[in-house]
Design a protein around this ligand. Structure first.
Ligand code: HEC
Length: 185
């Protein structure tokens, strides 16, 4: 709880357009996100013919059927954990339909990559990105590319929601990976 309050107080002092613009959606953020996409294609985890896992029923906002992959990798010289979530639709789509025609049902690909310490130390240094099925960056309603510390001011977006994940590790699906910074009381 204290963490949330600290976060909100911080958001109060930092929530200017300039600061938000620097933490997500910059050219540098987009370049980093594109490097992640290229690495995923390289690993056969994105693009045509990508490796499939068994899709499972999703929860909002990530889609009707999901797949999640965890892989240690290196992006632009930084080593870390990459978590990939593929989001399939439409409503009522089944596992079999997704497996039979993955690209026909893919709505978006969302990722989290844990960057080097100091990238976003208050939120365990996670970099977020959301792609359209062809690898182009998705944008928010304001036109900002969804790449970087999206939602760092906690007013909405990836971090504002992922901060509520169990284990305080920003990951909803698992607590298997240790937090980088000790949980606050
Ligand atoms: C309103 C809450 C919410 C928002 C906003 C949100 N997510 Fe998630 N996210 C979830 C939930 C819940 C899961 C677990 C889904 C499941 O059952 O697999 C999840 C899972 C994930 C995962 C798999 C890792 C994990 O947490 O287990 C990734 C990667 C991810 N989200 C990326 C993103 C990105 C990138 C954004 C912003 C563009 C985003 N999310 C915005 C709720 C949210």
């Amino acid at each position: 709880m204290r963490k949330l309050i600290t976060g909100l107080a911080l958001a109060g002092t930092l929530a200017t357009g300039a600061v938000i613009a620097q933490t997500a959606g910059t050219d540098e953020d987009v370049a980093f996100a594109q490097a992640i996409w290229e690495e995923m294609v390289e690993m056969n985890l994105a693009g045509e013919g990508a490796l499939m896992g068994l899709p499972y029923r999703g929860v909002p906002p990530h889609g009707e059927m999901l797949e999640t992959f965890y892989v240690e990798t290196e992006i632009m010289g930084e080593s870390g954990l990459l978590v990939i979530k593929r989001n399939y639709g439409p409503e009522e789509v089944t596992e079999d339909e997704v497996l039979a025609d993955p690209s026909g049902h893919l709505g978006s690909v969302t990722v989290m990559f844990q960057r080097e310490e100091g990238y976003d130390p208050e939120h365990d240094d996670w970099f977020y990105a959301k792609y359209l099925p062809d690898g182009a960056m998705d944008t928010n309603p304001a036109g900002m590319a969804l790449a970087g510390a999206v939602g760092r001011d906690l007013s909405g977006g990836c971090i504002a929601c992922h901060i509520t994940a169990g284990g305080e590790d920003y990951l909803f699906t698992t607590d298997a990976f240790p937090r980088r910074t000790p949980a606050m009381e």
